[in-house]
Unconditional design. Sequence first.
Length: 319
Amino acid sequence: MQLYPIRIKMVKNINFYNNFNIKSNHKGSIILIGNFDGLHLGHRKLFNLATKYKKKYSLKIGVMTFEPMPKMYFKKDIKNFRISSQKQKMRLLNKFNVDFVITKKFNRAFSKTKSIHFIEKILVKKLNAKFIFVSNNFRFGNKREGDVYQLIKYENKFHYKIVNPKPLLIKKKVISSSLIRNYLQKGKLDKANKLLNRKWSIEGKVQKGRQLGKKIGFPTANIDIKDYILACPGVYAVKAKVKKNSKYIKGIANLGYRPTFNGKKILLEVHLFNFSGNLYNKYLTVEFFRFIRKEKKFKNVEQLKKQIKVDLTKAKKIK
């Protein structure tokens, strides 16, 4: 196992660990524990509060997260679940005043850890955490036996303090990763983007496909969405950029199965406006701006082409 922090080039000023053997100057810090998928407005509230503690007590902020996400580990049939990839999460954390991140591999051995051992051996002995930020529904330890109440029970004995702020609400709904996934799956992209406080995006490598788009006059960059959440299959107005290039190009994308061509695999197909060039094997960041329509099966290619022209017109009008 790696004993010392790994520097990730894409993240400045953050130390990244893959275990609990952290540097001495990171011990005795504020620790936030969770998946932090999407790093939405609810998470932002938590990090803003942690920043106040950081200034008040002159402490560093550390994040403890898990890979794979525990739900995906226990439920192997869940393939498409993430709002953000691990790399996106690390970049976003850089904006949240974080000093270090511990990404613990979630495997069978770790899942069997007794909750009291997690508290005593990891939070106390390894990390010497001073303030521990967790959500109300945080569960840990073998068979999810540990909870917030157990953490609070041992505060005095182990000299840490649990911070368990009330969740952020919008129209009486708790802002959560689950709510955002639900909005994305129902085609409510505007609502999801509002809770994320940015445009939802997918990053991936452009792969060579069947070149169906090119054959009908609408060449596309095809991206395997891996384990990203499958938003409502359909057509979206997007902006995309090639990795390491700051310029975004407007475009239109189809996310889904391509039923007109009897497709079976989920694919993100991106057509960029006023663009010519080879994108194969390059990494694209695709930001989703507007949901245009649901995916549908057309009787023939000509009907599809007519609909694509209508979709293009709509997408080009979106600023």
